[in-house]
Design a protein around this ligand. Structure first.
Ligand code: PMP
Length: 426
């Protein structure tokens, strides 16, 4: 019997990465920035490696490579349809990422649909919608439901609620099911931005009560450039193709008259990202096979360890919208009053071999509100000011402990004050 640890599909590629510190020590790199881009897992890397010898054009050839590539691409679509619980009548469109998926849906909205968004959304779910009805960021799940109900009552005509599954800033889980049930009572549809929820929790269209769902492969351990929009086909089939060109067109007449494809092909103009699709499907399949409850418990243990450790770091205050008891995924953002978060992030990287992110995380209205509430002085109104720790598969208790220790040391001596300017403030 081998005493070597068993390799699994969900092992992180590059788990043993080390960095040399200025003092000469070499330490394991503690990657705590999964919410930006998660590391690749073996299932994704092996799917790519296994397919490369067969790589050929998708939907565009008769040779064996092309046939195999087409088959794998469509199989990937089916696997992902299963992963998101697609229902009869739903479609799965491959996109570049969540931003692309939400922009696609925004382009497919019937003209009379009003989109409703809360201000606390990531920019990817705030900016694509044409003239959305913007609702103030709520301070509790109940307030979210009440605010939405007032908005729905005031509207005439069809609506779409665009809401996040889990905040990329606070990690808090939004009351999606309650909001979706309410929206449906008023005849509105719902799209869930699952970019941050899907890496941490099963995402099922029916269970969420969603009509559409968007996610990114690079946050789901498959960093090969694919994302997904899944959901009801009718608006997508009725809308103009997202990208006009080959694949999206079924036939083009001599006079330039076009019959557009329906189904996913309509919005997948050009040669698709086969490796992105296949690697994403491989991760979805591996997660489906895995014990998700055990993964969840492990992540929640790490979260408790992090939050417990942070209580001993007086210079760091966790920010939250709904309060500390709200269930959350493995994401915590900290206000560091008196310290420049970007400078602290730099010192964590340079002096400790720890990777986190500082800034506003493409959610400016939300971070402005959270930093205001936390009393953090920002260097300038458009930059600064939170430090975000995020983790998932492959993260260890040692990674968390090192972060807590290093942060405590840096904030106690005010190390972050010495450097001015938030260089990573997007
Ligand atoms: N929504 C949320 C909640 C996110 O965290 C992100 C990425 N930070 C996005 C959407 C956009 O994802 P992408 O950059 O992959 O398009």
């Amino acid at each position: 019997m081998s005493l070597l640890p068993q390799r699994t599909d969900l092992d992180v590629v590059g788990a043993g990465l080390t960095v040399r510190l200025p003092g000469g020590d070499t330490v394991p790199f503690a990657h705590l920035d999964y919410a930006a881009s998660a590391p690749c897992v073996r299932a994704a890397a092996e799917a790519v490696e296994g397919l490369l010898p067969w790589y050929g054009s998708v939907h565009r050839g008769a040779g064996i490579r092309s046939r195999r590539s087409t088959q794998e691409y469509e199989r990937a679509r089916d696997v992902i349809a299963g992963f998101v619980g697609a229902r009869p009548g739903d479609t799965v469109v491959f996109t570049r990422n969540t931003t692309d998926a939400l922009n696609l849906l925004a382009r497919c909205l019937p003209a009379d649909v009003t989109t409703i968004v809360f201000d606390g959304e990531h920019h990817a779910n705030l900016l694509p919608w044409p003239a959305p009805l913007r609702l103030a960021t709520p301070s509790s799940p109940d307030a979210a439901v009440e605010t939405l109900e007032r908005a729905l009552r005031s509207l005439r005509g069809p609506a779409l609620l665009a809401v996040t599954g889990a905040s990329n800033v606070t990690g808090e889980i939004w009351p999606v099911r309650r909001l979706a049930d309410l929206a449906h009572r008023y005849g509105a549809r719902v799209v869930v931005d699952a970019a941050q929820l899907a890496p941490h929790s099963p995402v099922d269209l029916a269970e969420l009560g969603a009509d559409y769902l968007a996610l990114s492969g690079h946050k789901l351990y498959a960093p090969f450039g694919a994302g997904v929009l899944a959901g009801r086909a009718d608006w997508l089939d009725a809308a103009a193709p997202y990208l006009r060109g080959g694949g999206a067109s079924a036939s083009v007449g001599a006079a330039g008259d076009v019959t557009w494809s329906t189904g996913p092909a309509r919005h997948e103009g050009g040669t698709p990202n086969l490796l992105g699709a296949v690697s994403l499907a491989a991760v979805c399949a591996a997660l489906t096979r895995a014990d998700r409850a055990a993964l969840h418990d492990r992540e929640q243990d790490l979260l408790a360890r992090l939050r417990g450790g942070l209580t001993g770091v007086p210079g760091a205050a966790e920010v939250s919208l709904f309060g500390p008891a709200q269930p959350r995924v493995g994401i915590v953002s900290l206000a560091l009053p008196g310290n420049d978060a970007a400078a602290v992030a730099d010192r964590l990287a340079d002096d400790h071999g720890i990777g986190v992110r500082a800034g506003q995380f493409c959610a400016h209205p939300l971070t402005r509100r959270l930093t205001g509430a936390a009393g953090v002085a920002t260097c300038d109104a458009s930059t600064a000011a939170l430090l975000r720790v995020s983790f998932g598969l492959g993260t260890t208790g040692a990674d968390i402990d090192r972060f807590v220790g290093a942060l405590g040391a840096l904030t106690s001596v005010g190390a972050g004050r010495q450097l001015v300017g938030a260089r990573t403030g997007r």
